[in-house]
Design a protein around this ligand. Structure first.
Ligand SMILES: [Ca+2]
Ligand SMILES: [Ca+2]
Ligand SMILES: [Ca+2]
Length: 328
């Protein structure tokens, strides 16, 4: 019985050992691939070959470095010679001949230099700048309004303004141009010739207009036409003079009437006041019309000047009209 038990134990232990052995083998088999795939023996071999290879490369590299070093060294030597030693050798050799030169040569040529360039330069002028608007000038004075620019001065005091006398040909500085004892204004207004004996010639430069209440002189060549509340006198160049009559509803004198009519409270400057046959008149602010009060402030006469051009061509006729206006 005991032997049997021992044999049994042996069997068991031997089978146990066999199991363990198999396990070990299995473990080896499983772990083998790992070892082989990793750097096991093979890797070791490879490393060895690499080491021997890199040894060779080191030698090559060293050789290359030495060759390159040699080249660089030679280059440096060459450059050093080329740019430092050579120039320093040449300089003295250059300066030597200069020093040797015996004569500075009296320079025989003043050579007046034949003026090389008469400067043909076509000058394309890259646009001469668009010029920043040459005139910021705010207009040379706002232009004196026409009637305000007329001088109604009467130098010889005969009742005709200088401009009117110049127009009809009498002397602005002599009240009695023809020396007959009657002044120029009186002769004209009464139909006598201020330039000589007798009555006004038929072809005198101006002629009278006699209205119901209003009379005045105007140029013979102008065309007079009655219009509503007045007259229009047209020059050959279509410039116009107008004489209009208005009722003075307030019965005020011309200064009060003007202030009331145009709601002006300020005093009227002297240069806008005209003394004429109808008494004192007022030139309006725009210098286009002159207002007179007539018939004991029952009417206002409005005279206007409407030129085609703004020259002074018709100042004479207009002055004469103002001077000779009468209201009866
Ligand atoms: Ca005069
Ligand atoms: Ca005169
Ligand atoms: Ca006279």
């Amino acid at each position: 019985m005991a032997t049997n038990i021992n044999e049994e134990i042996k069997k068991v232990s031997s089978s146990q050992k066999q199991k363990e052995k198999r396990l070990d083998e299995e473990i080896k088999v499983h772990s083998m691939p790992k070892n082989s795939s990793l750097s096991g023996v093979t890797y070791g071999n490879k490393t060895k070959t690499n080491k021997s290879k890199s040894g060779d490369e080191h030698k090559k590299t060293g050789l290359i470095i030495m060759v390159l070093g040699g080249i660089i060294l030679l280059s440096l030597v060459y450059l050093g010679y080329r740019y430092i030693i050579e120039p320093s050798l040449q300089e003295p050799s250059d300066s030597r001949p200069v020093a040797v030169e015996p004569e500075p040569e009296p320079e025989p040529e003043p050579e007046p230099e034949p003026e090389p360039e008469p400067e043909p330069e076509p000058e394309p002028e890259p646009e001469p700048e668009p010029e920043p608007e040459p005139e910021p000038e705010p207009e040379p004075e706002p232009e004196e309004p026409l009637l305000l620019s007329i001088s109604f001065s009467d130098s010889d005091g005969d009742g005709l303004s200088d401009l009117a006398e110049e127009f009809i040909g009498t002397d602005p500085n002599d009240p009695d141009t023809d020396g007959d004892g009657y002044d120029d204004f009186t002769e004209l207004m009464n139909g006598y010739n201020p330039l000589g004996p007798g009555e006004l010639p038929d072809d005198f430069i101006v002629r009278p207009y006699e209205g119901e209440n209003i009379s005045f002189f105007y140029p013979r060549e102008w065309n007079l036409e009655a219009i509503e509340s007045g007259w229009m006198i047209e020059a050959p160049d279509n410039s116009l003079m107008q004489v209009m009559q208005r009722v003075n509803e307030t019965g005020q004198n011309i200064f009060s009437w003007y202030s009331n009519e145009f709601s002006k409270s300020e005093a009227i400057p002297g240069r806008r006041v005209v003394s004429a046959g109808l008494g004192q008149g007022i030139i309006d602010e725009n210098g286009e019309m002159i207002y007179f009060s007539v018939d004991n402030n029952n009417y206002v006469i409005v005279v206007s000047y409407i030129p085609v051009t703004e020259d002074s061509e018709h100042f004479g006729p207009f002055s004469l009209l103002i001077d000779t206006l009468k209201y009866d």
